[in-house]
Design a protein around this ligand. Sequence first.
Ligand SMILES: NC(=O)c1ccc[n+]([C@@H]2O[C@H](COP(=O)([O-])OP(=O)(O)OC[C@H]3O[C@@H](n4cnc5c(N)ncnc54)[C@H](OP(=O)(O)O)[C@@H]3O)[C@@H](O)[C@H]2O)c1
Length: 365
Amino acid sequence: MSKIPVGILGATGMVGQNYISLLDGHPWFEVKYVAASARSAGKKYGDVMTGRWHLRKNCPSSVNDIIVEDANDITRAAQSAKQGNLAFVFSALEMEKNEILALESGYAAAGIPVVSNASANRWTDDVPMLIAEVNPDHADIIPAQQKSRGWNKGFIAVKPNCSIQSYMTPFWALIQAGYEIKRAVVSTMQAVSGAGYPGVPSLDIIDNVVPYIGGEEEKSELEPLKIFGKIENGKFNKASSPVISAHCNRVPVINGHTVTVSMEFSDKKPSVEQIKKIWTDFRALPQKLNLPMAPVQPIIVRDEPNRPQPGMDRDIDKGMAVTVGRIRPCNVFDIRFVGLSHNTVRGAAGGGILNAELLKSKGYL
Ligand SMILES: NC(=O)c1ccc[n+]([C@@H]2O[C@H](COP(=O)([O-])OP(=O)(O)OC[C@H]3O[C@@H](n4cnc5c(N)ncnc54)[C@H](OP(=O)(O)O)[C@@H]3O)[C@@H](O)[C@H]2O)c1
């Protein structure tokens, strides 16, 4: 099977580099088109990235000679698509919200589907916000989206914020097992790579914790309600629970967002042992479809009292599994635990690739 040619908008950024690295050798997708700002456009990717590549694994040589395009030049992307060199794009742009809204719609209108990491379209009524293990059925709003916008082949699908990945799959596994989570308090300890590059100044974060990340608490509280919601009349009807109170902190860790969670259930309350079994046994559509980027076991339960830790657990199963531990009774709510997920992999590029694999399996790409 010949591979599907894909593009990366924002290919020079922190998330873009993770896309380049994770797509190297991907069995279905091949990077053929890279785009960034006008500052980077017109030069070879390898030249632009000299001194700017931040991953431990080297930049794959297959992309070195690709000329970086201007992500604002949709006509150029449409030409590539027409020539069969571009089937869809991953969007990892960092720009003003209105600029990203206009660009992502522009690509979709030009017949180029957009699988996005940016937050701009997360609350757009007809745009699915996908975690492949949790709400794969939300992708089925795409035909209604295309119809109402008059788009033929193009569409927009997004992934949620990186801060929520470490508790969404655990919450969903419990909800699926019949336990309604009424409310939860979540405290995140978020890695510096979540702020892109150069991100948080070193003098602000070394030997320090910053107890504020603009917009993250609202995203951590509200995005779960769209993801747990249902499609009704071509729009998402939000779930009403769990009600979440979030505290988001930036900590001096390079990769891996950790979260501590206290949760309260409605009438039916699982025991610690039941929770461990539900989480260990949880499998979802990506595992059933054997999607290449899917973790074999989406939730890894650790029994040691001092795990999970970002330095030890973030890379497990390609950086795509969520690791949980310290599952114990809570004196205020019912149960508390610690969760961990890799923010630039599961929470960004890896999650985007898994969403694209899901969309391909469902016939939308
Ligand atoms: N980092 C994470 O963990 C994470 C997790 C989830 C979601 N996200 C989201 O993913 C997106 C990218 O984040 P990041 O951390 O990778 O940011 P970043 O490192 O700052 O990279 C930003 C990218 O956008 C490009 N860009 C900036 N201004 C542009 C313009 N005017 N026109 C066209 N391209 C422009 C940059 O190109 P140049 O190099 O040419 O400037 C670069 O490729 C953001 O929307 C972010 O919210 C990030």
